[in-house]
Write a protein that binds this ligand. Structure first.
Ligand code: VGL
Ligand code: ZN
Length: 202
């Protein structure tokens, strides 16, 4: 059993990130049994849900002539463009049916502002607009965070890096994650996590 100051943060285990989904991560559903078991061990569990309006600026379809997985410059910096995914209220945005959602204390939605994406559970992609999660965890006396979920090289990595920057002890269980791995993004994310002081475990 984890200590009372520890929380499990489960990132984006939604239909669109699992096989058959709009932005499927290879083997995304394979991690679910382990994640369900981990949820029983932590006193606090938070689930995040990627939650976009139909016309979200991270969708390639919103930008004339742009293709999915290309990068553009938005007012807050570079942004990878994605296939339309996790449209709020859609089946793709729902949690995977095998994930046990009931034990979660909090479901945090992110990416709901049309003009800005939010990979991290703590800050939107401008790195300055907070989601409120840090305050929630601090008020509950949480100091240690363990991250699992999808995708390791985007939302899991950005969340863990922000957690470390915010002063939490941050750990990623890589075996309970799967990656998109776009143009070396997985190696880059691992380097960035290590540099930020995130502990990479299996
Ligand atoms: C994610 C790309 C776009 C993720 C979310 O959950 O890693 N990746 N939206
Ligand atoms: Zn998204």
């Amino acid at each position: 059993m984890a200590d009372v100051s520890e929380a499990l943060i489960v990132i984006d285990i939604q239909n669109d990130f699992c096989p058959g989904g709009a932005l499927a991560v290879a083997g995304g559903d394979e991690i679910i049994p382990r994640v369900n078991a981990l949820m029983q061990e932590y006193p606090v569990t938070v689930l995040t849900q990627d939650w976009h309006p139909e016309e979200h600026s991270s969708f390639a379809a919103m930008h004339e002539g742009a293709t999915p997985f290309s990068t553009i410059e938005l007012p807050y910096g570079p942004q990878t463009l994605w296939p339309v995914h996790c449209v709020w209220g859609s089946e793709g945005a729902a949690f995977h049916p095998a994930l046990t959602v009931d034990p979660a204390d909090l479901i945090l939605r992110k990416g709901f502002r049309p003009a800005i994406d939010s990979y991290s559970a703590f800050f939107e992609n401008d790195h300055s607009t907070p989601t409120g999660l840090a305050g929630y965890l601090r008020e509950r006396g949480i100091t240690d965070l363990t991250f699992v979920g999808l995708a390791l090289d985007f939302c899991v990595a950005w969340s863990a890096i922000d957690a470390a920057k915010l002063g939490f002890n941050a750990r990623v269980l890589q075996g309970a994650c799967r990656a998109i791995d776009l143009n070396g993004s997985l190696a880059g994310a691992r380097d960035a996590m290590r540099a930020a002081g995130v502990v990479l475990a299996e």
